[in-house]
Write a protein that binds this ligand. Structure first.
Ligand code: FPP
Ligand code: MG
Length: 326
């Protein structure tokens, strides 16, 4: 995918395969997002810029696909709400990370400061629940609210473990499940709740695994770069003190990496550490674990009771997560 492209490859692959209902649904999501952002008044221009900065709309796509062709207005509202929560969480994450760039463009934090960025995130977050509650989609409100709590818990877990080179793999996976897996999982469940038949537990399991794979590959990309592909500097996680699976894996091969003082890193030494992590083969091992998760996700899907068309499309989305990083 090229940075800033409005329709990235994994998305076009699914759209080309799906019937008109998916394309129509995604177009309705864009309209719903614009309307939601417009309701934020003074903050609308920052929200619009963030929403149009090259997001892949993977979560709304999962909502629509899990709902199937029979998903109507409640499915679209759920898809819009999921993307609003996702966007709000990224805007807040950029405040906490003091991030200059996201998806290759300056963050609201960097252009407008902490207060405005926090307010934009709050407004998008509130809009998500306003949209669902005004329409009486109370089951969706419940699903999304517990996921929003997961996101916050995952983020806090990450902050609490900052600079901890002894972070366990189990804690890493719990954090990733909370901060990323949960929203992917909720997207699938919301589709199931608002649309056609299907086993909600299987949909949740599929989404959680795809989300975990997505996070693992995102963490690989932080180390591997290149910056012009990721839209942020190589080693940004390391500079933030975020210990990820590539670091945990690298330490297994080269224990001396555990002795590196992450607090003392600057951009140059973070780049050197990225190279050292890469030399251990850790990135390949984490990529392979992500691929295993995608395989598991597809197995779960096979038991979901979804029709063949939806299974194939969801498999394409799962493959798209990997494709983006290959
Ligand atoms: C990005 O991941 C961040 C998240 C997936 C979650 C952020 C959650 C919060 C800030 C809690 C607030 C939540 C709500 C609902 C408003 P990352 O930091 O691993 O990736 P990055 O490299 O894209 O920053
Ligand atoms: Mg971050």
């Amino acid at each position: 995918m090229s940075q800033g492209s409005s329709v990235p490859e994994p998305v076009t692959a699914v759209m080309d395969t799906a019937g008109a209902w998916l394309v129509r649904g995604l177009a309705e999501v864009e309209t719903g997002l614009s309307e939601a952002v417009d309701r934020t008044g003074d903050l609308a221009d920052r929200g619009t810029a963030t929403l149009s900065a090259g997001g892949k709309r993977m979560r709304p796509m999962l909502v629509i696909l899990c709902a199937g062709p029979d998903g109507g207005a409640p499915t679209i509202r759920a898809a819009v709400a999921v993307e609003l929560i996702h966007t709000a969480s990224l805007v807040h994450d950029d405040v906490l990370d003091r991030a200059p760039l996201r998806r290759g463009v300056p963050t609201i934090f960097s252009t407008d400061g902490r207060q405005t960025a926090t307010s934009v995130g709050d407004a998008l977050f509130a809009e998500a629940f306003g949209l669902l509650s005004r329409s009486g989609d109370m089951e969706s409100v419940g699903t999304l609210s517990s996921t929003a709590v997961d996101l916050v818990r995952g983020e806090l877990m990450q902050r609490a473990a900052a600079f901890d080179m002894e972070l366990s793999e189990a804690d890493y996976f719990t954090r990733c499940q909370l901060k990323t897996g949960s929203l992917f999982s909720a997207a699938c469940v919301l589709g199931g709740q608002t649309g056609g038949a299907g086993d909600l537990e299987a949909m949740a399991g599929f989404g959680a695994r795809v989300g975990l794979a997505f996070q693992l590959l995102d963490d690989v990309l932080d180390i591997s770069g290149p910056a012009d592909r990721t839209g942020k500097a190589r080693g940004t996680d390391l500079l933030d003190g975020t210990v990820t699976l590539p670091v945990i894996e690298a330490i297994r091969t080269d224990e001396s990496i555990a002795g590196i003082g992450m607090r003392d890193l600057d951009e140059t030494s973070a780049g050197v550490l990225c190279d050292r992590i890469e030399e251990t083969g850790a990135l390949e091992r984490v990529r392979s674990r992500a691929l295993d998760l995608i395989g598991d996700a597809k197995s779960v899907l096979a038991d979901s009771g979804l029709d063949r068309e939806r299974v194939e499309l969801l498999e394409l989305v799962a493959d798209g997560v990997v494709l983006r990083y290959s």
